[in-house]
Write a protein that binds this ligand. Structure first.
Ligand code: ZN
Length: 214
């Protein structure tokens, strides 16, 4: 996994680069210009990626076709604040790396954590979570945001159309403030999903009101 990452980073820059080993064993570089698209999410300008430009396009399929962009998570932005109290890494963290075994997915290893090199992320979600955090007045932990297809399938009780696959969901917790967090989330995500679980609250930006107890 580490090799795949370094190659991608080495070949970054203004061009899409194709590397091929010629029959003579020499490294040949063929470059063709590629237009890059960026999207502003909170404080950060992030590159929008076509799944077919990754090594595992099938992992990034959005079963709900929400149109949520797949974005690149550059290693040097992992610790950068996307909003006042949340950094990009909190949305890109792989909480259980075992669930990615055998997928060949591109990830970053950073300060003892594993992070997706690409995630779907609804541009509205970080701002919604910041508003919620401001209302709560206490730190909110993101237990889980993005889940690619295989990771989701290996997650117990997850729906095959989970909004985590679409980049619209976060499982959040605030130690000692779970009840008030749920109550505020219920108000804040009036046009979204809110699930009440014993140790966390699920919130998502699906666009219509859904409530459940997990
Ligand atoms: Zn969830």
């Amino acid at each position: 996994m580490e090799t795949a990452i370094s190659r991608r980073e080495l070949l970054g820059g203004g061009l899409a680069t194709v590397v091929a080993i010629s029959p003579f064993g020499r490294l040949a570089l063929a470059e063709e210009p590629r237009k890059r698209d960026y999207i502003q999410i909170g404080n950060l300008q992030l590159e929008v990626i076509n799944p077919s430009d990754t090594q595992t396009p099938n992992e990034y399929v959005d079963p709900s076709n929400t149109g949520t962009p797949l974005i690149k998570v550059p290693r040097n932005l992992i610790d950068e604040n996307i909003t006042e109290n949340f950094n990009l890494g909190e949305f890109a963290r792989v909480h259980d790396p075992k669930k990615l075994r055998g997928t060949g997915m591109e990830v970053h290893s950073h300060k003892g954590g594993i992070y997706y090199a690409f995630i779907r992320l609804d541009p509205k979600l970080p701002g919604e979570l910041q508003t919620l955090r401001d209302a709560l007045g206490h730190p909110i932990e993101i237990n889980c945001h993005y889940r690619p297809i295989t990771y989701n399938r290996r997650t117990k009780k997850s729906s095959p159309k989970s909004r985590h696959i679409s980049g619209q969901a976060a499982d959040i917790a605030s130690h000692g403030f779970q009840a008030v967090l749920y109550r505020l989330a219920d108000k804040q995500f009036a046009n979204g999903g809110v699930g009440r679980y014993e140790t966390f609250t699920h919130v998502d930006t699906r666009g219509d009101n859904k409530r459940w107890n997990g």
